[in-house]
Write a protein that binds this ligand. Sequence first.
Ligand SMILES: [Zn+2]
Length: 609
Amino acid sequence: MRYRDFHYRWEWQLRSSPESLWPLLSDTNRFNRDAGLPVVAPPAEGSAAFANAHRRLRFRRFGLTIEWVEEPFEWVRPFRFGVVRRLTRGPVVEMRVTAELKPQPDGGTHLIYQVWARPKSLLGLVVIPIQVGQISARRFDAVMRRYDEMATGAPHISAPAPDARFPTSGRKRLVQMSEKLIAQGSPPELVARLVATIEQADDLTLTRLRPYTLADYWGAPRRAVLELCLWATRAGLLDLRWDMLCPLCRGAKETSASLADLQNNVHCDTCNIDFTVNFDRSVELTFKPNSAVRLVEVGEFCIGGPQVTPHIIAQQLLAPGERRELQLALEPGRYRLRTLKQPGGQALLVTDEGAPEINLRTDEKGWSNDELTLSLRPSLNYENATDVEQLFVLERMAWSDQAVTAAEVTALQIFRDLFATEALRPHQQISVGSMTIVFTDLRGSTRLYREIGDAPAFGAVMSHFDILRETVDEEEGALVKTLGDAIMAVFRRPAAALRAMLKAQRRLANPPEGTRPFLLKVGMHTGHCIAVNLNGRLDYFGSNVNIAARLEPLSSGQDIIISTAVRDDPKVTVMIEAPENGLQIEPVEAMLKGFDEERIELWRVTEKG
Ligand SMILES: [Zn+2]
């Protein structure tokens, strides 16, 4: 026989805005755990993933195995989300959940949470009102109120999470290691925060600690928190991990404990694509407490909610021929609309002056090539003109700036100092995206050795390395290697490289009384290169590295030779043009050995006066 739907509707008036509640409420993995639902698992047999992100899952409840096919979540951030689950095993046929967040004039949210459940059997008729009507209803109310508090107030942790578990002497080790960290020079207030986090945060938080997210949450400088995490890893408090992220869904698809275990090609089963790993996009450094201080074990409570892919603003499943209208609230920037089944996507630019309404139709031919311009609160008319179901995904193109990428961290002096042996496998090559590569050499060092003798000259050259290492580190770069009196250094940002080298030249030319001044010849270029393992250390190769190496000989020691790629960086342009910096720039006429065919424009930067 066919039963009618049970329908539950709960409403809350919350003080927080939809935007601030969204990351908590739409983190359905956390929400389901907090609401006391069991861990989900893939089916015992058969395939777990189908077309358009449908999935087969199961869990156990009241001694029953419940198995279902889950449609992809649908959402429009930050206003609503929902999911439909069709059960293939258990006392229920279908479950539907929706959450609606309506902004209120006072800045708060009117939250409407609804559940529909259709029993399959008499058992379902009994189970649904107990599970949903009583147990979940009570839990939901407590969770909503707690999230509202977390989203309004300055969030703080004061008591250990209920799932906090420690190995024998784990707490003692935590104290000892934190004292070591302070003795080594880490800021005591940040160490205290980290210790409190490791002691009190729940497993879900600790399983993937992101230094920049912690820094933003603590109101501390990002670089300081990243350094603290690196030192804490060295001390044995944390473990570091390299997560390989899928370029489409941006989920962590593989994880490795060292760079040597990184894979070049990774498969994403959500998007059904293979991707090539590169350092600037797809490898993120994250941390987790070492199992000697805190035990962390995380089951999955939900696998498809909006927070799994937070860069996706709206996800909608449209039947063949279906049309749907969406109202959106967007931040300015670049977006893309795509479906999982068709190649390519529709490029969108969101600005103040964009169109308030736009038709977005996809048919067998896919998408138009033109970029469309949208307003900040546009209304979108989707149309699925194909003859199959399509999952429409609207995503932001900008990558989260909360990720510490491998490109960034491997170009930091402190990382190279603390993890000297962290390198790729021999013969492995990984693209690192754009790097600024600097070569320097001391002017007149041959004469110096003749004039003052080998030992004193060697000492002077060594102390010049110390000054270079210091200035490179201060500007967030890393010294890759020294070759005789020369060095190679890398920076993520060209302006930082230029600042560091101007500083180094000034310091070397004006040393303290009794020490010999040095003229430092410098050349720098910026561009794409690859990371490799050279003699067990991380090194950089490629045509752009070769160009950079050819520039330093053109320097007189009182100037810096830069390529047009460096000069055209917006921050470098601003730096050179700002009168207070006292810099001037002029073109350099030169042919680079080995690059006769290409015209490479070069520039000489000098300090005025
Ligand atoms: Zn993916």
